[in-house]
Design a binder for this molecule. Structure first.
Ligand SMILES: [Fe+2]
Ligand SMILES: [Fe+2]
Length: 134
């Protein structure tokens, strides 16, 4: 099982994005704990919270890209859209899946965060910081 912990090297330097990324880690950890402790009520609560969080976070980044005419907008947004749809589908019946499938879901969720951060979010944050944008 993967444990979600915030690490300082996840920071992009752009405060709003970093704050939302920290919340991502916290919510996924709560979601994982709800399954480990067999609490379906909490699982349902954190599933909704997680989907709401990623939706709002993606809107934040998408809006920043549109507002500042960011060159990488379409591919970055496409990654957001794909991950949101995939997560929404996988979350729907996750609670009743096997431990292997559950672990896989969290591994994918963690890996996506790391890869997307390194490939897309850091570039966006660099662009915003270098151009003094907010
Ligand atoms: Fe992003
Ligand atoms: Fe992000």
């Amino acid at each position: 099982m993967i444990f979600f912990n915030w690490e300082n090297n996840y920071e992009t330097g752009f405060e709003l994005i970093d704050k939302q990324h920290k919340d991502y880690i916290i919510i996924v950890d709560q979601l994982q704990n709800s399954i480990v402790s067999h609490n379906k009520e909490l699982f349902n609560k954190y599933s909704v919270e997680f989907l709401t969080h990623i939706h709002d976070h993606f809107v934040t980044e998408n809006d920043l890209m549109i507002k500042h005419n960011y060159h990488g907008y379409f591919s970055h947004k496409a990654e957001h859209d794909r991950f949101y749809e995939k997560t929404k589908n996988n979350l729907a019946n996750l609670y009743d899946k096997s431990t292997i499938e559950i672990n896989l879901f969290f591994e994918v969720t963690y890996r996506w965060f790391r890869n997307h951060l390194d490939i897309n979010d850091r570039k966006l944050a660099r662009f915003l910081i270098d151009n003094n944008l907010s």
